[in-house]
Design a protein around this ligand. Structure first.
Ligand SMILES: [Zn+2]
Length: 270
């Protein structure tokens, strides 16, 4: 098995298009990269060095709200080994949102994190919006656009009709203690729904030549401008928001959302 180290990872990240000063939000599968001798810490250091000096690295640190109050100082993310290692990495700031916090490393990390305090889940003015406004990138390593958190911001910007509909777990307000000890609350509005159809945006961007593709270690990787993802997603969502609801019979979010399409459907007559 080929051994992958920091030199290889930084070379691959730069070959894909990252350079000094870039902002990048990362959605990565540790397993897909291959055997990295230094493990997730070495991958994180490589990401940081690929955009140094001046760059910003972000990863979602979403949690399952299974008990309250949520304590963001200790609550692990369910998104895998790399993100959980990033959460604990020295210098990473966790944004103050009860369930959809983002880990941020780099100059201005505290200010970027604070942008989440008065925003919604993945909402206007929040960290992913800051990423787009600062010409940032979204990097997928061994993952695809179905895990692209920023596309939930496109739901908000496009004002899709099912914007406030999500899974039953999210039909309430959440309270959390942030890493600085303050209390934050998330209301059940603009809650991210299903993302299984986000690959439609990936396909459209591919058709338009807006994706940079390559390998990071052994993983297929995609790099795209955050603002371009938002532009294409908002365009497709405004054109036909319903194409982003999946067909899976037991997807509660999509099945509930589609009832808005024809509110009288299913009502008994007479
Ligand atoms: Zn669905």
């Amino acid at each position: 098995m080929t051994k992958i180290d920091k030199t290889i990872l930084i070379r691959d990240l730069k070959a894909l298009g990252l350079s000094a000063g870039d902002w990048v939000a990362v959605h990565s599968s540790m397993k897909a990269i291959g055997w990295v001798e230094g493990g997730p810490v070495e991958v994180i250091e490589s990401l940081i060095e690929a955009v140094a000096p001046g760059g910003v690295v972000m990863m979602p640190l979403f949690i399952i709200p299974d008990q309250e109050p949520i304590d963001l100082a200790v609550k692990p993310t369910y998104l895998g080994l790399l993100t959980e290692t990033f959460r604990k990495f020295p210098g990473v700031v966790r944004s103050p949102h009860p369930t959809h916090s983002v880990g941020i490393y780099g100059p201005g990390a505290h200010e970027i994190a604070e942008s989440h305090r008065n925003s919604t889940y993945i909402g206007r003015e929040g960290p992913y919006h800051q990423l787009a406004l600062n010409s940032g990138w979204v990097l997928h390593v061994g993952t695809d656009f179905n895990s692209s958190s920023i596309i939930h911001l496109a739901d908000v910007l496009a004002e899709v009709p099912y914007l406030d509909i999500s899974y039953p777990l999210f039909e309430k307000a959440f309270i959390a203690r942030t890493t600085d000890g303050s209390i934050v609350k998330a209301q059940p509005r603009e809650v991210p729904g299903d993302s299984k159809m986000f690959y439609l945006i990936q396909e459209e961007m591919d058709r338009r030549g807006l994706l940079r593709k390559g390998l990071i270690g052994q993983a297929p990787a995609i790099l795209a401008r955050a603002s371009e993802i938002l532009d294409v997603a908002v365009e497709l969502m405004r054109g036909n928001p319903w194409q982003f609801l999946c067909d899976f019979p037991y997807c509660s979010a999509c099945r509930k959302a589609e009832k808005l399409k024809n509110p009288t459907a299913g009502l008994a007559h007479g």
